[in-house]
Design a protein around this ligand. Structure first.
Ligand SMILES: [Fe+2]
Ligand SMILES: [Fe+2]
Length: 203
């Protein structure tokens, strides 16, 4: 069946309460002219998911995401270290918390790496310089209290940096922004988990 023309679509569109058909998107000034939009998109087909009206500075967004990727990987490694080192000095529930967080940080790393690829960039997974690319630090920790405290600090660093990234990107790249908002919410839960654990650990 041939595609409806804008006029046909307006004719068959449901009418609003006043008996008049609602304005077509083009008339409302909300969407660009469909023909021009299709032509513009065709010219840059090799750019995959990045279309001409992508509003952010793509290189800058990829660089920010690579810093976030390094941060997440450092968090995976730190939580894994704490999970294994907590054997014998912590209850099963504390160890389970470390392991759960390690898994969630890995999920964040994967989501971020995937988004970097969608944006035409390359995820930087080079172990060389990983710690310096990361926002948060890798602190091994010896006592359980030190481990949890360092995890809480790292989560607070991640929260601040994700919030800054979200503010920078704004509505110029809503997909990246949405992903970062979701990750930020999980980091806030992580921080609260570590804060609760810390309250229960004596010096
Ligand atoms: Fe994370
Ligand atoms: Fe986290």
């Amino acid at each position: 069946m041939p595609a409806q023309t804008a006029t046909q679509a307006r004719k068959s569109a449901p009418t609003s309460g006043n008996g008049r058909a609602p304005a077509a998107p083009q008339e409302s000034g909300f969407l660009s002219d469909v023909k021009a939009l299709r032509e513009r998109v065709r010219q840059h087909i090799d750019e995959g998911a990045v279309t001409p009206n992508y509003g952010a500075d793509r290189d800058k967004v990829v660089a920010l995401l690579n810093a976030a990727l390094a941060t997440e990987i450092v968090c995976v490694l730190r939580y894994k270290r704490h999970y294994f080192m907590a054997q014998g000095i912590a209850s099963d529930s504390v160890k389970a918390e470390f392991l759960e967080h390690a898994g969630e940080e890995q999920e964040h790393a994967d989501e971020i790496a995937e988004r970097i690829c969608q944006l035409g960039g390359e995820p930087d997974l080079d172990p060389e310089g990983l710690a310096s690319r990361s926002h948060s630090e890798y602190v091994a920790g010896t006592s359980l209290r030190e481990m949890v405290r360092e995890d809480l600090i790292a989560e607070r660093v991640a929260i601040e940096s994700y919030r800054e990234m979200i503010n920078y990107i704004g509505d110029r790249d809503t997909t990246t922004k949405r992903m970062l908002e979701h990750i930020l919410a999980v980091e806030e839960e992580h921080a609260e988990d570590m804060n609760s654990l810390l309250q229960g650990i004596k010096d």
